[in-house]
Write a protein of this length. Structure first.
Length: 388
């Protein structure tokens, strides 16, 4: 009985091989424990393998019933509340990450030059793809890509124990925030009350909020005299029993986690597109407020280091269904030899995706209340801390 082999040029082989590489690297993703296939997860991911460039991926949500009860024998029929259905959608875009393979590697010891060469490229492309995907989520949540925040908690220049109590209260009540400027930086006008954030669910069913902060915010908090009261050694688990890394502590219903800091280069100033960044390390970006009207420059952009202005860290208070991550066709591994008799070659990973903050549109049942869905970030509140 013979054993069939599929050439590298086969669609089946290339896509499965690339998918295996992405699964191997996924374990290092910051967002992996918070990603799931429903709005119970912080990152609500939907895969639609039939979707290519320009096609939309739809996310469905159900609203809660909020209607009044009918007392005694009074007529109840005809007074039932209409069930509410919400949806949101993303148009996926095509992206390609290329790599120059150079000359063939010396794989004489294993007798297979091709697999040696491609294994190295696949590993590096998979690693970069995971960092790219993580940064897409960070930038979307912070408002550097897509829409600016609808609500900001202004910490001023301090982050102490009492601030953590206020952060939890804002998540539960929808109060205590300011309205950002048109550029998306912290403003001075008190924001209108919004609906409470939705909880996300851990592996054991706990309903919690997540607060992520950069290294400056974490350092400021750890200097607080009451810091030890939130330190925990508990093994907190996210989706598919994945351990949550870099947990600082828990207070009430909020888990505090330190994320990495962004390091890399990004074109332009202000908001940008997903394809504008070279990413060495994925993470939260700081921003500089460079003009009186609130214009900003994000960390990594061309003039960030030389521009004058106040520096802010932007943390995030997150609940379930905060961000939608849409993926279309399965990532593909591409390979092309040079015209010079194939002495050198280039490879690439091609994929179709996009992300956006959840902003629900009513599909049925009328308005769910202005505080709930009227152009608000569904489960994200920005937290800004000014550097001193």
């Amino acid at each position: 009985m013979g054993t069939g082999k599929v050439a590298l040029g086969s669609d089946i082989q290339r896509k499965q091989w690339m998918n295996d590489g992405l699964l191997t690297e996924a374990s290092v993703s910051f967002w992996q424990p918070y990603t799931g296939r429903s709005s119970d997860s912080i990152v609500y991911q939907v895969n639609n393998e039939s979707a290519s460039t320009g096609h939309t991926v739809v996310f469905d949500y159900s609203g809660k019933l909020t209607g009044k009860a009918v007392k005694g024998d009074n007529m109840a029929y005809g007074k039932g509340e209409i069930k509410r259905k919400f949806s949101d959608k993303i148009s996926v875009e095509e992206f390609t990450i290329p790599v120059d393979n150079g000359k063939k590697f010396d794989g004489v010891d294993i007798g297979d030059l091709t697999i040696n060469e491609h294994s190295d490229s696949r590993s590096k492309l998979s690693d970069l793809f995971i960092r790219w995907k993580d940064q897409m989520i960070f930038d979307t949540m912070q408002g550097a890509y897509g829409t600016s925040p609808s609500h900001i908690i202004d910490l001023g220049t301090t982050l102490v124990y009492d601030d953590l109590l206020d952060i939890e209260d804002s998540a539960k009540t929808g109060k205590g925030m300011v309205k950002p400027t048109a550029a998306g930086v912290v403003g001075t006008v008190k924001a209108k009350r919004r609906g409470p954030l939705e909880f996300f669910k851990t592996e054991n069913g706990d309903k919690l909020y997540l607060c992520i902060m950069d290294s400056y915010m974490a350092k400021t908090l750890k200097k607080s005299a009451d810091y030890q009261t939130i330190v925990i050694n508990a093994d907190v688990r996210g989706n598919n029993n994945r351990s949550l890394s870099m947990v600082i502590g828990r207070l009430g219903k909020v888990i505090y986690v330190e994320a990495g800091d962004f390091f890399g280069l990004t074109e332009g100033t202000g908001n940008f597109q997903l394809e504008d960044s070279d990413i060495d390390y994925a993470g939260l970006r700081k921003y500089k407020k460079v003009t009186a009207d609130g214009s900003l420059i994000w960390e990594g952009q061309d003039t960030y280091e030389t521009a004058t202005g106040d520096v802010y860290s932007r943390g995030l208070l997150l609940g379930g269904g905060a961000v939608q991550s849409a993926f279309g066709k399965m990532p593909d591994y591409l390979f092309q030899k040079s015209d010079n008799f194939g002495k050198t070659s280039q490879s690439a990973v091609e994929y179709w995706c996009n992300a956006k903050k959840t902003n629900l549109k009513v599909e049925s049942g009328g308005d769910y209340g202005a505080a709930k869905v009227a152009e608000l970030d569904y489960s994200i509140i920005a937290i800004d801390l000014k550097h001193v």
